[in-house]
Design a protein around this ligand. Structure first.
Ligand code: NAP
Length: 551
């Protein structure tokens, strides 16, 4: 790899208005909108194709936990009418096909540079332009730099001693081989029981000779009840798409499902049980909307958590295994709740063994497999379903420097700081799509992506109209936003869990609740108000050196 400081190729990019980093759904729509407002833009993407998270996460069973009719773009009526989803919850291959369809349909590929990982983004105070350097040593420059880098895009391998010594094959769910993996006849270990593992384990179990699941923290999971798309359901959505999308945008999570605006503690136990049973039977993450205080009140939360534990005990035949699978150390929903297909029932199979790492922690990975304090496991393959350096990991791995060379990774050392999750003070014209400080991972990502992309595009169009070329948040506005985010989070049960929302899965990462929990609808109104006020509330606007240089 060449030194990014000495680019081997200078690109003739002085006429670029914007560089977007990442060709997932955020980057694709951003490019489309930038073209629409007459800006010249490109995307730099490290993968060989579009799709972001759906390009990388090809593990068996990978599937979205938001319904297909809602986990899709709404910006084009023709697109949403013409595209036909095959399942209630689309699997990874179908979502990736959709991403490719969007790229082709809107002729986006001609402005995407694939296999072009970004290593550095430096703001040049003299010209007011961002200089972007790639791993291959190419250099690009543009007035605006837009990070569409995703929230869960830096895979995390655990620091288990001996990891490199394993003689068999290792896989991370977030970097699954494109050609797939045939585990037939193998003894396989899966480390982790988060959303990815919970989807992968039932599928892998059907293939292997023996599966060992190494669980540190038990997780709540609701059956997805996935099924082929019912034509009348699809039709009901398509005939009222505009209206339903509008409603979804104002929901707390950006997902339209029946919200029961009652406290779990205000109803008698039989009514409560009926409500939970109905939602368990319906499947999917709407379970958490059974009552309005499940993430606010521990006693209300306990009723939902106990209901799920009772389901686990009813499904899993061995009571000891069932007990290990019952989550007890965090309130339900405070770690990302999972949606599964046959997850708990998989532990009834003769070829699946659950290892409780709380009782017998892993001591080492060896050449032959894995040792815990209780036993030695001989494995052919190890699957790391161990998650991501979420929300900030991808951004802080890029050498991002703002005015006077200040580094983003230094600024965020004690936790990410942004204004509205969209921009960060000291980094003019740098936009973050679904950045920390915005609802992002707590929401339907498609809704949040569209909202951010539209806000950014409208902001850039405003700058053009007003003859301005530079925008950045005021430090006091940023401080107030961070304080507000913390204050709202502290009113919920979320900070009670050692979750990746809190950075707790990465040793040494500051414990800060990173997304904004105030709700997608409330948040949209705040952002819209700032835009309607000409960005005077919290932002500094100027003609900037970029304009001066261009004149
Ligand atoms: P994750 O939720 O962070 O889960 C990682 C798992 O690995 C946890 O069970 C964790 O245990 C375990 N782990 C990590 N380090 C370990 C170690 N050293 N020893 C033993 N166990 C270890 O990651 P993920 O499952 O990839 O999911 C990440 C997020 O991606 C999800 O929360 C969700 O937002 C998204 N996702 C969505 C879908 C979907 O749409 N259906 C599917 C997959 C992922 P601890 O809990 O004890 O740390």
């Amino acid at each position: 790899m060449s030194d990014p400081a000495t680019p081997k190729n200078m690109r003739p990019s002085e006429n670029l208005d914007a560089i977007v980093v990442g060709a997932g759904f955020a980057g694709l729509y951003m490019l489309h909108r930038l073209r629409g407002i007459g800006l010249k833009a490109i995307i730099l993407e490290q993968a060989a194709g579009v799709g972001g998270t759906w390009y990388w996460n090809r593990y068996p069973g990978a599937r979205c936990d938001v319904e297909s009719m809602q986990y899709s773009f709404s910006f084009s009526e023709e697109l949403q009418q013409e595209w036909q989803w095959r399942e209630r919850f689309a699997g990874q291959p179908e979502i990736l096909r959709y991403a490719n369809h969007v790229a082709d349909r809107f002729d986006l590929r001609r402005d995407i540079h694939f296999e072009t990982p970004v290593r550095a983004a430096h703001f040049d105070d003299a010209t007011g332009r961002w200089r972007i350097t790639t791993a291959g040593g190419e250099e690009f420059s543009a007035r605006y730099c837009i990070m569409a880098t995703g929230c869960l895009s830096t895979a995390r391998l655990p620091d288990i001693p001996g990891r490199e010594s394993f003689a068999g094959k290792t896989y991370h769910t977030g970097h699954w081989p494109h050609e797939g993996v045939d585990f037939t006849g193998q003894t396989v270990g899966v480390i982790g029981t988060g959303s990815s593992a919970i989807q992968a384990i039932p599928v892998i179990a059907e293939q292997v000779r023996q599966l060992f699941v190494f669980q540190r923290t038990a997780n709540y999971s609701i059956p997805a009840r996935n099924a082929p798309m019912a034509p009348d359901y699809e039709q009901a959505w398509k005939s009222a798409y505009a209206e339903r999308r509008t409603k979804a945008r104002m929901m707390r999570t950006g997902i339209l499902y029946p919200l029961n605006d009652t406290s779990a503690l205000a109803v008698d136990p039989a009514t409560r049980e009926r409500e939970y049973q109905a939602r368990w039977a319906a499947g999917g993450l709407g379970f958490m909307a059974a009552f309005n205080d499940l993430i606010l009140d521990r006693r209300a939360n306990d009723t939902a958590a106990e209901f799920v534990r009772a389901q686990i005990r009813a499904i899993v035949r061995d009571p000891k295994v069932a007990e290990i699978l019952c989550p007890k150390d965090h309130p339900i929903g405070t770690k990302r709740i999972c949606a599964d297909t046959n997850y708990f029932a998989t532990y009834n199979r003769d070829n699946v063994t659950l290892i409780d790492l709380h009782a017998t922690p892993i001591t080492a990975i060896t050449s032959h497999g894995l040792d815990t304090t209780g036993a030695r496991f001989t494995l052919d393959s190890i699957v790391f379903a161990t998650g991501f350096d979420a929300m900030t990991g991808t951004l802080t791995r890029i050498d991002i420097r703002g005015t006077l060379g200040a580094r983003l990774r230094d600024k965020w050392e004690a936790g990410p700081r942004s204004y509205l999750g969209l921009m960060t003070a000291g980094f003019p014209n740098l936009f973050l799509i679904t950045g920390p400080g915005s609802p992002s991972v707590l929401s339907n990502m498609m809704v949040s992506i569209e909202q951010h992309v539209d806000w950014i595009a409208d902001c850039l169009a405003f700058l053009q109209r007003e003859g301005l070329s530079q925008i950045e948040p005021r430090s006091d506005a940023e401080e107030a936003w961070v304080a507000h985010g913390n204050e709202v989070a502290d009113r919920t049960l979320y900070p009670a869990a050692n979750s990746w929302y809190m950075g707790a899965n990465i040793p040494g990462k500051p414990r800060v609740f990173m997304p904004y929990i105030g709700g997608v609808g409330v948040y949209r109104e705040i952002c819209d108000k700032v835009a309607a006020g000409g960005y005077a509330d919290g932002f500094l606007l100027s003609a900037g050196p970029a304009r001066a240089a261009a004149e």
